[in-house]
Design a protein around this ligand. Sequence first.
Ligand code: SF4
Ligand code: SF4
Length: 362
Amino acid sequence: MDAAIITTYRCPMRCKMCNIWDNPTTIGEEFKPELLEKLPRLNDVNITGGEPFIREDIEDIVKILLKKSNRVVFASSGYFSDRIIKLFEKYKDTPQLGIRISTEGLSCKNDELRGRRGGFDKGLSTLLELRRMGVKDVGFGITVSNYNSSDMLQLYELNRNLKMQFATAAFHNSFYFHKYDNVITNKDEVIGNFDELIQRLMKEKSPKSWFRAFFNLGLINYIQGGRRMLPCEAGNENFFIDPYGNVLPCNGMEEDKWFGSMGNLNDKSFEEIWNGEEAKKVRDQVANCCKSCWMIGTVSPVMKKYIRQVVPWVLKNKLRVMKGGKVDTSTIPFFHVGNNDLQGLENFNPNQCYICETKESK
Ligand code: SF4
Ligand code: SF4
């Protein structure tokens, strides 16, 4: 299983696409690091917030999660660069530990959208210092909104030239972000820029980039309002821990649609929560969820689980590019892998199924 640990809702940034900073937790409300000892063995863990490095005890959290997981990656604004450098000094020889610094574009755009002057310079200098120290798993992460999709391409080129990782997202509405008006209105422009990113990713030599091209196709589909290409198995293949110790299936829920917690780690063991009645109810709600979020926390686990279904799309499009063609972004594949037909129903077109089409063409 993969997990995302939301360490805090405190944040020094003032982002336009997220109101976490305006709805902070108090230090007293946040879980103690020892609570994480209750977690099972994990695959990929994302440490997020708010701003995780705002917690004075972040190192205790990392220590526990590194024991339990194959890979631990921070999502950080980079604001507390001294704390980041200090922590990675201790773990620079631990290849399991990585970081993505969230950046909304080049310097002017980033600082405008994140509401703090000098944020871009701080983020870039932190990454460069980590690189100098020999930390390998570092890079930028961008959340694309109406205002920054062209900067995304420039940021991608910067990453590629620095040989760093590049994570993308599109803004979403949810209880987590305290946002309900995150809607992309300049769709043609944003989709055009994602299309260009996909073409460039597919030209790279690294298979990781080819799968990132697939992920970004899912973002185009999300922006177009399509049903998820792969089912959402939140609460089965992954979970989130919120700062209060609640075990949640995802961070995409909206209270006016549905919201479910499986239980609180302060009250029970993880196993009791995971196998309990509340968890069953939450999984039913996930199976019937009308949303079609496409966020890495719930997409990455199913891309791994259904890798055999995703690979033919990747290979087919890589071949097209090798022959001088382009990735086909006009056809959005739908992978019918035993999905509940009610999930994302509003946007379901049964003729979309990539696997069924593939079988027929065989
Ligand atoms: S997007 Fe991240 S950095 Fe910005 S306010 Fe939200 S939690 Fe803070
Ligand atoms: S689609 Fe998945 S991630 Fe989004 S709200 Fe529904 S269950 Fe959560």
